[in-house]
Ligand binder design. Structure first.
Ligand code: NAP
Length: 361
């Protein structure tokens, strides 16, 4: 039995191809292993960032590919089609981190009523969230369109939630206005929604082509194109949350706001225009936001279920916005996956679209 994997050249992300790989079948499936058919997965700019940081953040090691190539991790759903684990049945549905492939073998460990982990040796050494699978059979929150929203948004909105929590616990570093770059991205507008909900002013920074979409969301108090950020009034304290990773933009903002730039958080790299050495900028020193640190801190302070409960409440408030502003686009088969991958890489996906893919024909 063979699987189809979609792989990309690590040093040139525009080079990509599908390959056939051998799957263990019947008795060759190891003890406790599951053979999972990858049904559908979400694809956004976040997955491109996984590829850009593949070596640095060890994303490439999660789903091995032939020399020089990598398999980009995606969030999605799989169905167990063979099981050598006594407590996991064929037909079970899992939600978690998958390769861009038709199949994945999971070495099931820590199996509980609600989830399991892949204990494969090559998957260790990354944040635990990347090896955890939720058992979602029959769960309406993970079925149909709601399931698509989970795959498309849940990992992103978790980041939005954690950044909002980090800012709130620091009284927004004295700022009452937060600037967000790549304001049209799902991660950014999730954060804008949370900021807006707790009375902060959210200013979206975006490209000219996406200004209509960002304005229509209703969670930004103001929307400004990249070429006019210096027209913003500079006399009051601001915080900046950077989804774009654009060094020139960051420098422009820091020089414009100077000491009023009270906090500068780096989150994403959508523009892939980061200079290795950005020099010293006026105002608060830019720093990377590392979600696992905030998760660890809050897990300790809020206790078991504390994050999930608060995140669940935040998600309930966010979901209606998705129904209004996000059109889920489904594509199947290797050629369609290749096209969406390349369009996402090149920034050609309209922000109102959320792509759900499958390599299965
Ligand atoms: N650190 C973390 O843990 C973490 C977690 C979640 C997300 N993130 C990061 O947040 C960023 C947003 O991810 P997302 O999945 O929410 O994005 P998305 O919804 O797919 O956002 C797409 C937007 O990004 C900009 N963009 C994308 N590709 C581009 C390109 N090639 N050239 C120029 N602009 C491009 C455009 O926005 P504009 O025109 O508005 O610039 C575009 O509308 C990613 O870098 C992601 O990795 C980080």
């Amino acid at each position: 039995m063979t699987a189809t994997d979609f792989i990309v050249a690590r040093d040139d992300l525009e080079t990509c191809k599908t390959i056939a790989t051998e799957l263990p079948a019947g008795e060759s499936l190891p003890q406790d292993a599951l053979l999972v058919k990858v049904d559908r997965f979400a694809f956004t700019a976040n997955n491109i960032t996984y590829a850009v940081l593949g070596d640095e953040m060890k994303y490439w090691q999660l789903f091995p590919a032939p020399n020089g190539f990598g398999n980009v991790p995606v969030w999605g759903f799989g169905e167990v089609i063979a099981s050598n684990h006594p407590n996991v049945a064929v037909g079970e549905r899992l939600f978690g981190y998958f390769p861009m492939a038709t199949h994945l073998v999971i070495e099931a460990t820590d199996v509980s009523k609600r989830g399991l982990r892949d204990g494969a040796a090559h998957r260790q050494g990354v944040a635990p969230v990347y090896n955890a699978y939720a058992r979602v059979t029959g769960d309406p929150a993970y079925a149909g369109r709601q399931g698509d929203y989970q795959a498309l948004l849940r990992p992103l909105f978790m980041l939005s939630f954690l950044v909002d929590d980090f800012l709130a616990e620091n009284d927004d570093f004295g700022a009452r206005t937060v600037l967000l770059s790549s304001a049209s991205s799902k991660t950014a507008f999730g954060l804008a929604h949370l900021l807006h909900t707790r009375g902060r002013k959210a200013i979206g920074l975006t490209s000219a082509g996406n200004i209509g979409f960002v304005s229509s969301l209703g969670c930004y108090d103001e929307v400004v194109t990249y070429d006019s950020v210096t027209s913003l009034p500079s006399g009051t304290p601001v915080a900046f949350v950077d989804m774009a990773g654009n060094s020139a933009l960051r420098a422009g903002l820091h020089h414009h706001f100077c000491d009023e730039m009270k906090c500068s958080v780096r989150v994403g790299l959508t523009h892939r225009a980061t200079e290795a050495d950005e020099g010293v900028l006026p105002g608060a020193k830019p720093r990377w936001f590392f979600a696992p640190d905030q998760i660890r801190k809050r897990a300790k302070e809020w206790g078991p279920g504390g994050i999930e409960q608060r995140f669940g409440a935040a998600w309930s408030g966010f979901a209606p916005l998705l129904e209004r502003c996000l059109a889920v686009v489904e594509s199947r088969g290797p050629e369609a996956v290749r096209q969406v991958y390349l369009d996402t890489l090149k920034g050609r996906i309209p922000p109102e679209q959320g792509h759900m893919l499958s390599l299965l024909g």
